[in-house]
Design a protein around this ligand. Structure first.
Ligand SMILES: *Cc1c(COP(=O)(O)O)cnc(C)c1O
Length: 364
């Protein structure tokens, strides 16, 4: 039996919710699939594959070195371990030894978030101990500086919509504190779109997730100073083994970064163009008023927004959209106001037709 949803009794999923880990994040392109296929069908000297793809990516990203890892989470754990062990093979073999004392990782309190997994868990996996700086609603360079001790191994900054945004020091300010105290700065930019600016702002290691903005296969990327990347690579002899990435995904992800740099992500204008027929079809359905709205955080992302009136509430409509096969997932944040949003970045025109068909059934 060939692969299909039916083989495992699974529902087809239409993802109009955005880049959601619970739905498998993103779909990869034909180009990336071809690179994965080449990886799957050939042997490699794995340490060469790791070093050479890293070097290739480092050239593209205009940085000293890079390492493809299995996920951004693995990137956090291995970066923390790298900066605690500082290239010691003894440490790689004994990652949690109490013979090594410098384990404190300073993290703004408002960055100590749960992105699906708490940041703290990944720091602990790398052998680090989180030391929070600042308060729930603010953190300045001074707040970071006052937490530095002999035991500090690194400063960690989480650049994400999950974190507290207001009264928060910038990456450049965190880099300045790090530099003036001779400490490395790690920036977790897992879901961010800019692959240059955090390193340019002075971060020593920057971490990205493979399947979010970059739309690659399951992978992560750590970029930064050559020496630190070598220490990250050394973790493959220790904790990194449990986070191993396969040759297929190393090659697929490297291709995805190259394509992403060349093509960028889909523009808002293109989303609006693809959505135009969808919007007019939605407006033909009883008790639905559809329009185009821009992303609340002001990113170049446009979504279809429907206001639901009549007997059914937006919440009921959302539940019904998910209940059948295909299961249709939407953005639910504004359901209380009777609004449902459709993020079309991973939705093609055929799927838009399936959505309008199903909505018509639900509303009649
Ligand atoms: C998604 C995310 C991660 C984890 O990425 P994975 O590649 O899924 O491990 C880490 N940090 C932040 C801020 C994220 O948004």
């Amino acid at each position: 039996m060939t692969i299909s949803y039916e083989k495992f009794g699974l529902k087809e999923v239409i993802n109009a919710s955005g880049r959601m880990t619970i739905l498998g994040v993103s779909k990869v392109s034909e180009n990336v699939l071809a690179a994965q296929k080449f990886g799957g069908e050939h042997f490699f000297e794995m340490s060469e594959l790791s070093v050479q793809t890293g070097k290739y990516l480092a050239d593209l990203l205009k940085i000293e070195d890079a390492q493809v890892v299995s996920s951004a989470s693995a990137g956090i754990a291995q970066s923390v371990a790298a900066l605690i062990g500082k290239g010691s093979v003894y440490h790689a073999y004994h990652p949690y030894t109490d013979k090594i004392q410098n384990r404190e990782i300073i993290l703004p309190k408002g960055h100590n978030v749960d992105y699906g997994t708490p940041v703290e868990v990944m720091v602990a996996q790398g052998g680090g101990q989180v030391v929070e700086a600042g308060y729930a609603n603010m953190c300045s360079a001074e707040h970071i500086e006052m937490m530095i001790t002999e035991q500090t191994a690194a400063i960690l900054y989480i650049k994400s919509h999950h974190t507290v945004q207001k009264s928060m020091l910038s990456v450049a300010e965190a880099a300045e504190v790090a530099r003036s105290n001779n400490l490395p700065l790690i920036v977790d930019a897992a879901a961010e779109e800019d692959l240059f600016k955090y390193a340019e702002a002075g971060a020593d290691l920057v971490i990205y997730s493979g399947a979010k903005a970059i739309e690659g296969p399951s992978a992560g990327l750590v970029i930064g100073k050559k020496e630190y990347i070598e220490w990250v690579r050394l973790q493959g002899k220790g904790i990194g083994r449990a986070m191993k990435i396969g040759k297929d995904n190393i090659l697929g992800f490297t291709q995805a970064v190259e394509d992403y740099l060349k093509n960028g992500s889909e523009s808002g204008a293109s989303m609006k163009e693809r959505m135009a027929p969808f919007i007019s079809e939605l407006n033909g359905i009883a008790n639905i008023d559809a329009s185009v709205v821009q992303d609340g955080a002001g990113r170049d992302i446009y979504r279809a927004s429907i206001k639901v009136s009549g007997d059914k509430s937006a919440k009921e409509v959302i539940t019904e959209l998910k209940s059948e096969d295909p299961a249709i997932y939407t953005r639910e944040y504004q359901a209380n106001n009777g609004i449902i949003e459709f993020d079309v970045r991973s939705v093609n025109s055929e799927e838009m037709t399936k959505i309008t068909k199903r909505l018509t059934e639900i509303m009649n």
